[in-house]
Design a binder for this molecule. Structure first.
Ligand code: PHE
Length: 347
């Protein structure tokens, strides 16, 4: 039995240096001096021994167990020490720049919209907003569109199916309903711009079914068309950094009287009429949008007395503005969703 005990101890001592981590060390401990360990097991045979033999073997068994435990503890400390040393030896350069997370960028239309808002704000205009899904009444009737006006036709307007067969809700075809919403909630003076998305059943190289407009509205006592022109001249100066001429051409919109197309002197060729400028096509002018004096019927529809107050309004496209700012040749590029296009606007 003594031989057996010595043999187990030898086996244990041979295995010990092979142990590389604390888990394996624990397994080794279980194998030899655990409850069912091979060394522990030898104590069961004590009963077969004489009293003297038992005393001697018992003492030897205890000695070996203690030695094994001490060896295990020593090895455990060694392993911990080694792990600590490895940890300390790890070289990390904490001054290395961190990896930058990918950054998004604003869409050119959003950039243009923000720039426009900024400019008009500084000129004393508040920003007003309205919903994309609009009452047909606000989009048309209150703006003096007659019930049979061609713009109300299904081919121009997206009608929202409310499952009741009524045509009360539409995707707003312009930002002008915000004029109604603003004036209903306030008494003049009113001086707002209303930027936002609008929708029309239109889809070709120069028209997208979804596009963006910015509306301007100024109503007070004694407002005239001269104020409109002056405001637009001031706007172009603030926006493009130098004065550009403004041209008003007679036109028709049901909610203004008189109505006018609003043109701006081409900022790229400075009105070299007959020239070769590709932006204004040699005309020297760029069409911004519609404008005019708010129709008395519109003022009446929102409870503003047209005998006391007058006002002007304009509405022009933001998308074209963005194309001008960034010299984007094709409108559709802006809505394709190609990230390579968007990336070129990141800063
Ligand atoms: N709402 C008109 C359009 O979308 C533009 C406009 C606005 C015209 C304000 C006159 C006054 O075409």
């Amino acid at each position: 039995m003594l031989d057996q005990l010595n043999a187990e101890q030898e086996r244990f001592l041979a295995a010990l240096p092979e142990i590389a981590d604390e888990d394996a060390l624990y397994q080794l401990q279980v194998t030899y001096i655990g409850k069912k360990g091979s060394i522990t097991g030898l104590s069961k045979k004590l009963g077969k021994l004489t009293v003297d033999e038992r005393k001697a073997f018992g003492a030897e068994l205890n000695r070996v167990k203690k030695a094994v435990q001490a060896a295990l503890d020593g090895r455990r400390e060694e392993l911990r020490e080694a792990a600590r040393a490895r940890d300390l030896a790890r070289v990390e350069d904490l001054t290395m720049p961190a990896k930058r997370p990918p950054r998004g960028s604003l869409h050119p239309i959003r950039i243009a919209q923000r720039a426009l808002i900024d400019t008009f704000r500084r000129m004393g205009f508040d920003v007003a907003e309205g919903p994309h899904v609009e009452h047909a009444n606000f989009n048309f009737d209150a703006l003096n569109f007659q019930p049979d006006h061609p713009a109300r036709d299904m081919q121009d307007t997206f009608v929202v199916d409310d499952r009741r067969g009524s045509e009360d809700l539409v995707l707003r075809t312009h930002t002008s309903p915000v004029q109604i919403r603003t004036m209903l909630g306030r008494t003049p003076p009113v001086r707002i711009i209303a930027p936002g998305t609008v929708f029309r059943c239109d889809d070709d190289a120069t028209h997208s079914p979804m596009f963006h407009q910015i509306e301007g509205l100024y109503v007070d006592r004694g407002v005239t068309m001269a104020d409109l022109k002056a405001t637009m001249i001031q706007f172009t100066a603030a926006f493009f950094g130098r004065s550009l001429d403004i041209r008003l051409r007679p036109s028709y919109f049901p909610f203004v009287e008189p109505g006018a197309e609003l043109d701006m002197q081409c900022p790229f060729c400075e009105r070299a009429q007959g020239g070769t400028c590709s932006v204004c096509k040699g005309t020297g002018w760029i069409e911004l949008g519609g404008s005019g004096m708010v129709h008395p019927a519109v003022l009446e529809s929102v409870g503003v007395d047209p005998e006391v107050y007058t006002g002007w309004a304009f509405g022009f496209g933001i998308d074209r503005m963005a194309m001008l700012m960034y010299q984007i040749p094709d409108l559709r590029q802006m809505f394709d969703g190609d990230v390579r296009f968007l990336r070129s606007f990141s800063n």
